[in-house]
Design a protein around this ligand. Sequence first.
Ligand code: PEP
Ligand code: MG
Length: 554
Amino acid sequence: MNTADIKNEKSVRYHGVGISNGCVSGPLRFFRQRRKMGRIRACGDQREERARFEQALLRTREQLDTLQRRAIREIGKKEAEIFEIHAMMLEDEDFLEAVQGALDDGACAETAVERAAEKHAQALRSLGDPYLSARAEDLHDVATQLLRQLSGERPDGDLSTEREPYILVADDLSPSETVTMEKSMILGFVTFGGTPNSHTSILARAMGIPALVGVGAVSEDCDGAYALLDAAEGTLTVSPDAEERCAFEEKQREVNDLAREHDRYLRSLINKPAITRSGRKILIYANVGEGREIAQALLNGADGVGLLRSEFLYLSMDRYPTEDELFASYHDVVQSMQGKRIVIRTLDIGADKQIPYFALPQEENPALGFRGVRICLAREEIFKTQLRAILRASAYGNVSVMVPMIVSEDEVRACRVILNECMEELEREGKKFDHGIEFGIMIETPAAAIMSDEIAREVDFFSVGTNDLTQYTLAADRQNPLVERICEENREPILRLIEMAAEAIHRHDGWIGICGELAADLHLTQRFIDLGIDELSVSVPYLLGVREKVTECK
Ligand code: PEP
Ligand code: MG
């Protein structure tokens, strides 16, 4: 690269790996991060430093939570998982111990965080595994957030005051920086580092923003220069000449026309049934956590809601909701469905979803402990309150009720008995409900899949929770990034369990869907259809893509 060329306004071309095809042009703006906040304070007394660290830890946790919710809303659940990984890093005992050790040695909170992060990052890098090296970068991102909380500084090079859209240039972008950027102003981004599989690239792809990663370096003299970013070609042309501009504009028109055409095509699929080439109809449902996501789901053509994660209402309160409060919430949700089916999953707390007022016992292995239906069967009053509210809401639409974390036929029968008791009570009280309400369970343990023939006799439908089914089948904690690859490389055992469940429920005239994240994996759509899946339930951003894919399947 030649600085003289830029100063003389001669065009300069950089090469990198393009992410999300697209052509954009505009001024370059450099985002200059200062990864290390550096400004080391004179150390206060140790108690004070410890308290400052605790405060920063708390605020960083809250911030990560906000970032995760924002990412789920704007991009998708799967892509937002990186913030869960970051939150886990903050809980890492070795990391916290290293911070404590540095504080004990008399370091100020900033130095303690930097030392601990560096030590851990080095340990991860030294293993020579590209995946673990990427986790070292995540660790730096987390440490930077902690340091910002400690210093109260905004990120260096904050571009939030820019008035015109721009192409952002940075040596690298962390997931938290990517998500918090003002997207309406960003035409595209260029990073010196990064790989197509880094989390930032994944986020860029999910947000549909053209990007170029692994460019090496771009001279700072380019700040403010007009540039052409061609993500399909993997090039950035700074200060293009007239001929280059002309050719680019032509390509941009073509690319945009194609993108618009694809978008129009996707939109044309809304409200059309998803039918395979051999004539099989697959229902495309949405996964939602909150009622307000339903409007978006319907606008994107959802045939129904295949999973309402009902625990979110409980999570947002600081006491048990009453039956009337639950009913009011379900009633609104059911009414907004315009007659389409909504599957309300009963409470699935425990494991990674803890609610303080439930006062659950501390457990060594919470994912293998007291969670989901186990809690509901042990604390029947809580379960009954929820079931009565769901039943009352069923009078206003097409409601199905579904129970998570089942391992046996006995559990299913016990749930059914309680559901029947609730129906009898409501009947006696003269309250309306749908007497034929569908009752189903989630297949998310290997035991449920293996026993699916017996269980299928007791229910109307199955919905496969591949997130948990994967974790329990492969003995790979869904929260632990160190075993993520094991999950990605071992789909076959999960698919075989799904096949068993599908055959069993069809023998008993029921239907089967998938509501775990795998439902949105377009590489598996054909396989799911071959296995006999009737419904795929995915988060809102994936609805149209899955619908399109189904129409291309045999
Ligand atoms: C699953 O386990 O796949 C699922 C859909 O449930 P959750 O992710 O809420 O545990
Ligand atoms: Mg689950």
